[in-house]
Design a protein around this ligand. Structure first.
Ligand code: GLY
Ligand code: MN
Ligand code: MN
Length: 464
């Protein structure tokens, strides 16, 4: 991975300012995880740790002190282990490479943490993320307490480090946006490749399965340097698209099916997240086109609602409005049951066909960190009764969008057979998902290297 240590040093300095002069932050990276017997899952670092170090080796910890100095604990050099597992940076080379003031072997972590905490007013670490980290911190504090009569001062507060880092990560810097744009370009190319493969294989009369298209996605991700998919790819043929968390499986993809693909690569620690729904044979049928155009119109309304100063929920509200009207117009929702569009929305008439939110933050994690509530207005909550479930729902003012935030915009419709739902629409599942950077004036879609309009998809597939 590319490495400009000054970027990470700036982030650590910004974190130190939040901690106050006597605060200390402890950030572990992710553990290695066993898959089965002696095989591990592919290793993926912790996103907070990477944000502050750019370091991807396992078995490492970062300690940042409020005075601005940082200490890295990392795997010691070990020729035998490096022969088996690969290169280790090691503590001697780490300060020059990563810009930390001090680096020590991780083997001395338990010995070194109590003195690093001595005199701190608060110890900060990510709450409820790392198994037994709380216990580990308590053990270090306890060990420091044993030394009180020799002058040790034990921190009196524990604070959730996520509350600070989540806010920092929510607004992406130029380096992050550049990486995300590159990740999105790769993913868009992978979707194009899957569309083309689908129509080619069907034309050739081959037995096309969901996994064939998944293989095309993975090939395209990897050949452009992506380390892994950002999440498990969904490749859903026909009715499988109505299962929200479906995964690419063995189902045949037939002439006349729609295919829903939700897949994005991770590049240098950053996720992309794209969904396209297309006709396997390259031509939408009438009902498929009607529903597709409706989802696309909803997405356009949501894109228009994504700009600085808008609330995070505005995009969802815009989608719901367009979808509800369209569902009534196409006869999937019985409009005689409602006095007005507003009352249909209030009673969530759309919900049997659209049951998820329209977006989420995107960044190092596909569902990235960051509060969805406006921090300056947290006290302004009110409780209302949900018309469908009758359950109380606490409404807090939604986050106000600012330049540099990145959101997905992903409306969909999923039609299961039900009384009153026209048969022509049964088993159609459609989602269209793009990634948007909030700019100074609106938003920039960074995933549009794969077409989204009906005519553009059909044209692309016709020339495959
Ligand atoms: N691919 C995960 C999501 O769209 O939220
Ligand atoms: Mn998404
Ligand atoms: Mn997605």
């Amino acid at each position: 991975m590319s490495h400009d240590s000054s970027l990470y040093a700036q982030r650590r300095a910004a974190l130190a300012r939040h901690l106050g002069p006597l605060g200390v932050a402890i950030v572990p990276t992710a553990p290695e995880r066993q898959r089965n017997r002696d095989s591990d899952f592919p290793y993926r670092h912790d996103s907070y740790f990477y944000y502050l170090t750019g370091f991807t080796e396992p078995n490492a910890w970062l300690v940042v002190q409020g005075n601005g100095s940082s200490t890295l604990f990392c795997q010691p050099k070990d020729l035998e282990r490096e022969i088996w597992d690969g290169y280790r940076l090691g503590p001697d080379a780490a300060p020059a490479q990563l810009g930390v003031q001090t680096a020590l072997p991780v083997t001395v972590l338990d010995e070194q943490l109590p003195p690093l905490l001595d005199g701190a007013d608060a110890v900060w670490y990510p709450f409820a993320i790392h198994h037994q980290l709380e216990t580990r911190v308590s053990t270090w504090m306890d060990s420091l307490r044993q030394r009180v009569r020799y002058g040790a001062v034990v921190p009196t507060a524990q604070r959730d480090l996520c509350s600070v880092l989540d806010e920092m990560r929510l607004v992406k810097d130029a380096h992050e946006l550049d990486t995300m744009r590159r990740a999105c370009r790769i993913s868009a190319g992978a979707h194009v490749r899957a569309m083309q493969t689908s129509v080619r294989m069907l034309r050739a009369g081959e037995d096309l399965r969901e996994y064939h298209l998944e293989a095309e996605l993975l090939h395209e991700f990897r050949r452009h340097g992506s380390q892994y998919p950002a999440y498990t790819s969904i490749v859903a043929a026909g009715a499988n698209a109505c299962v929200l968390h479906y995964r690419a499986d063995t189902a045949p993809i037939r002439d006349g099916d729609l295919v829903l693909i939700d897949a994005g690569c991770e590049l240098d620690g950053y996720a992309s997240d794209i969904t396209r729904t297309f006709p396997a044979n390259g031509r939408f049928t009438g009902p498929q086109r009607d529903l597709y155009q409706l989802v696309l119109a909803a997405q356009e309304a949501s894109i228009a609602a994504t700009h600085p100063g808008a609330r995070f929920t505005d995009a969802h509200d815009a989608t719901v409005r367009v979808l509800t009207q369209g569902l009534m117009d196409l006869g999937l929702v019985d409009k005689t049951q409602y006095n007005s569009l507003d009352s249909a929305i209030e009673q969530r008439a759309y919900f049997p066909f659209y049951m998820h939110r329209t977006g989420h933050w995107l960044g190092m994690d596909v569902h990235d960190c960051g509060s969805y509530h406006e921090p300056t207005e947290l006290g302004h909550s009110h409780v209302r009764k949900d018309a469908l479930s009758n359950q109380p729902i606490v409404n807090r003012p939604a986050r106000i969008l600012r330049p540099g935030m990145v959101v997905t915009i992903e409306p969909g419709l999923y039609v299961r057979p039900a009384p009153g739902v026209p048969e022509a629409f049964h088993h159609i599942g459609i989602r269209i998902e793009d990634d948007a950077v909030v700019t100074d004036v609106g938003c920039e879609l960074i995933t549009r290297d794969v077409p989204v309009a009906v005519e553009a998809i059909e044209a692309l597939m016709a020339t495959a």
